[in-house]
Design a protein around this ligand. Structure first.
Ligand SMILES: [Zn+2]
Length: 99
């Protein structure tokens, strides 16, 4: 599978790390709503078809990418920088990394 990084161009998927579901919205950090935090941490979509995902180009520019992928065919529908998608990168963070 090839992912076309907006900065580096087409690269093999082995250069990328999956960072998670791109549909999640982090609750307000001051929130004490246990259900909202539980849903954020544990609930995941597992669609058969189009899925919004966050990937990091760990073997290249280290940018976080918002990828729309068909989970049935692995066809990449679109790739753009995650910051343009409006979804903050989540999961393991790398301090000082510029996207
Ligand atoms: Zn890149």
């Amino acid at each position: 599978m090839l992912i076309t990084c907006p900065y580096c161009g087409p690269r093999d998927v082995s250069e990328f790390a999956y960072q998670g579901d791109g549909n999640r919205t982090r609750p307000d950090p001051a929130s004490t709503d246990a259900e909202a935090w539980s849903a954020y941490v544990y609930d995941r979509l597992n669609p058969a078809g189009i899925h919004n995902e966050i990937w990091q180009h760990t073997g290249g520019c280290r940018a976080h990418l918002a990828v729309v992928r068909d989970t049935l065919t692995h066809e990449i529908k679109s790739v753009r920088f995650a910051r343009e998608h409006g979804a903050p990168p989540h999961g393991r963070r790398t301090s000082g990394a510029k996207a």
